[in-house]
Ligand binder design. Structure first.
Ligand SMILES: *C/C=C(C)/C=C/C=C(C)/C=C/C1=C(C)CCCC1(C)C
Length: 255
C-alpha cells in the first residue's frame, strides 16, 4: 500500500516535471506557418509526448518481466520528445539541420533501443550478458564515428566506413549472432514475433540515416528541409513503432 502511494507520487512528480519542460520548450519558437519541415518537427514531438505517456501508463498492465522493456520504450520517446522541441526551435530560427541536437538525441536513445533487444531476450531466454555489451558498444561506435566525420574531426569517408561496419555488425548480431540464436531458441512466440519485427526496423528503418549521410556527403547532396522531414518520419517508425511492437508482444505474452 505505502509503496504504491510512493510510486504514484513519484510518477506524478515525473509527469509534472515532463509537462513543465515540454511547455517551456514549446513556448520558445512557434511560428510554423508555411514551413513544412517545422510542422513535421512539431508533429513528431507531440507524437513522442503521447507515446511516452502511453508506455509509462501501460507499464503496469503487462507482466513483471516485460515492464523494463516498456520503461525503456517510454524513456526513448521521452528523451526524443524533449529534443524535438529544441530541434524545431533550432530549425525555425536557422533553417539548417540541428546536427548536434540530433546526435545527442541518438547518443542517448539508440543505445537504449539496442539494449531493448537484450532486455527482451533476457525476459524469455538465458541469453549471455556479452550480447548486451556487444550491441551497446557497436551502437556507440556507429554514432561516435558518424559524428566525428560530420564534425570534420576526421576524414568523412573513413568515419562513414567505420560507422557502417558497426551498423552491419549489429545487423549480423541480431540475425545470425548470439542474439539471433537466443531468440530462435527461446520458444516464446510473442517475443520472437517482436524480435523479428524489431530487427527489420534496425535494418530497413535505420538505413534512412546512413543513406541521408551518404547522399549528403558523397552524392549530389540533399536540401536540409527534405532531409529533416525524412529523418523525422524515420524517427516515428524507429522510436514509436519500435516501442509499440514491444508493447504488443508484452500484452500478448501477459494474457
Ligand atoms: C531514434 C534514432 C535512431 C534509431 C537513429 C539511428 C541512427 C543511425 C542508425 C545512424 C547510422 C549512421 C551510419 C550507419 C553511417 C553514417 C553515420 C550515421 C551515424 C548516420
Amino acid at each position: 500500500m505505502i509503496l504504491n502511494k510512493i510510486k504514484i507520487t513519484l510518477l506524478t512528480a515525473l509527469g509534472m516535471f515532463f509537462v513543465a519542460g515540454v511547455t517551456q520548450a514549446s513556448a520558445e519558437t512557434v511560428n510554423l506557418q508555411g514551413d513544412f519541415t517545422a510542422q513535421t518537427f512539431w508533429l513528431i514531438s507531440m507524437a513522442m509526448v503521447a507515446a511516452t505517456a502511453f508506455f509509462f501508463l501501460e507499464r503496469d498492465t503487462v507482466s513483471v518481466k516485460w515492464r523494463t522493456s516498456l520503461t525503456l520504450a517510454g524513456i526513448v520517446t521521452g528523451v526524443a520528445a524533449w529534443h524535438y522541441m529544441y530541434m524545431r526551435g533550432y530549425w525555425v530560427e536557422n533553417q539548417t539541420s540541428p546536427v548536434v541536437l540530433r546526435y545527442v538525441d541518438w547518443l542517448i536513445t539508440v543505445p537504449i533501443l539496442m539494449v531493448e533487444f537484450y532486455i527482451i531476450l533476457k525476459a524469455v531466454s538465458n541469453v549471455a550478458s556479452s550480447v548486451f555489451w556487444k550491441l551497446l558498444i557497436a551502437s556507440l561506435v556507429m554514432l561516435v564515428f558518424g559524428y566525428l566525420g560530420e564534425a570534420g574531426m576526421m576524414n568523412v569517408m573513413t568515419a562513414f566506413v567505420i560507422s557502417m561496419a558497426a551498423w552491419l555488425y549489429i545487423i549480423y548480431e541480431i540475425f545470425a549472432g548470439e542474439a539471433g540464436q537466443a531468440s530462435a531458441s527461446s520458444g516464446n512466440g510473442p517475443a520472437q514475433t517482436a524480435f523479428n519485427a524489431l530487427r527489420l526496423i534496425v535494418t530497413i528503418g535505420w538505413a534512412v540515416y546512413p543513406l541521408g549521410y551518404a547522399v549528403g556527403y558523397f552524392g549530389g547532396g540533399i536540401d536540409a528541409g527534405s532531409l529533416n522531414v525524412i529523418y523525422n518520419f524515420a524517427d516515428f517508425i524507429n522510436k514509436i513503432a519500435f516501442g509499440l511492437i514491444i508493447y504488443v508482444a508484452a500484452k500478448a505474452d501477459s494474457n
